[in-house]
Design a protein. Structure first.
Length: 117
């Protein structure tokens, strides 16, 4: 069923999965203490492509993002040379967390804030 379902399913709550395509990474699940290394690696891989211009980090299906994951995301974006814009698509709660941690001080970061579900 998992392979045929049109929406990617996680094996169990509390997991994190990442899908990469040209110029973007889509994350689904939870970004917390246990998934923080995978979260960081997924974002780092997307930014390492160095394609220039714009890259999308889609967190719209991240249910929970810890302050640690949010700080890692901001640090990686701040260090992402070769991009004019890094667009982070996320729910309002995650956008507020990112702003609280200093997202507004990162010139290349564009928050694409979706309404909370």
């Amino acid at each position: 069923m998992r392979a045929s379902h049109p929406v990617a399913l996680l094996e169990r709550p509390g997991e994190l999965a990442a899908w990469h395509s040209a110029g973007e990474v889509r994350l689904i699940g939870d970004g917390d203490l246990l998934t923080r290394p995978a979260f960081r690696d997924a974002v780092r891989a997307a930014l390492a492509a160095g394609a220039g211009g714009r890259v999308l980090v889609d967190l719209s299906r991240v249910c929970f993002m810890s302050a640690g994951c949010a700080a890692d995301l901001l640090r990686l974006i701040a260090q992402a040379d070769g991009y004019d814009h890094v667009v982070v698509r996320c729910a309002g709660l995650n956008a507020r967390t990112l702003r609280h941690l200093g997202a507004d001080r990162i010139g290349r970061l564009v928050l694409d804030e979706a309404a909370d579900r």
